[in-house]
Design a protein around this ligand. Structure first.
Ligand SMILES: [Zn+2]
Length: 146
C-alpha cells in the first residue's frame, strides 16, 4: 500500500485564545487522501511499528481515559488525522515540552482533518535525553508500503 496523496494543507501557531483552547497551540490541517479509507487496524504492521517507534505513547490516555488508551484506539482502529495529533504530542514531549493538550477533528471535507497540541506550561521542561534508550531509527520492521 502506498499513499502518495497525503498533503499538509496548513500548519500554524495560534498565539492566544483560539477555537481549541485558551492557550497557544500548534495547529495543522492535513488531507489524508486515500489514507482516509484505511483506519489504523487495517494497515498491516502499522500499529506494531508505531508503538515500537514511539513507546512513550503508552502514557497517552486519549478518549479511553487511562494509561494505554491511545494504544487501545490504535488496535481498534482510528484515523491517521488522530494519529498525527498523538505523534506530534509525543515528538514535542521527547523534545522536552510538557504537552498538556491535543485534539483532532474532521472537517466538512472528506479526508481533511485538523489537529492541535499545546504545551502544559509556558516554559519548556528540561530536555529529555535524546534519543531515548528504547528508541531506534529507522524502525527495524518492514516499511508501510508493500
Ligand atoms: Zn486521542
Amino acid at each position: 500500500m502506498t499513499f502518495p496523496d497525503i498533503a499538509v494543507l496548513r500548519m500554524r501557531y495560534l498565539r492566544g485564545p483560539n477555537v481549541w483552547t485558551y492557550r497557544p497551540v500548534i495547529e495543522a490541517w492535513v488531507d489524508l487522501g486515500t489514507l482516509e479509507d484505511y483506519p489504523s487496524n487495517t494497515l498491516p504492521g502499522f500499529v506494531e511499528r508505531l508503538t515500537t517507534w514511539l513507546p512513550g505513547m503508552i502514557e497517552h490516555r486519549c478518549g479511553v481515559g487511562e494509561r494505554g488508551g491511545f494504544f487501545e484506539r490504535l488496535q481498534s482502529g482510528t484515523w491517521c488525522g488522530h494519529i498525527m495529533e498523538h505523534v506530534a504530542i509525543e515528538l514535542q514531549t521527547l523534545a522536552g515540552m510538557q504537552v498538556g493538550f491535543g485534539k483532532a477533528r474532521e472537517t466538512s471535507q472528506r479526508g481533511v482533518y485538523r489537529w492541535s497540541s499545546a504545551p502544559a506550561k509556558k516554559k519548556w521542561a528540561a530536555p529529555v535525553s535524546w534519543p531515548p534508550a528504547t528508541w531506534s531509527w529507522p524502525p527495524s520492521t518492514t516499511p508501510l508500503s508493500t
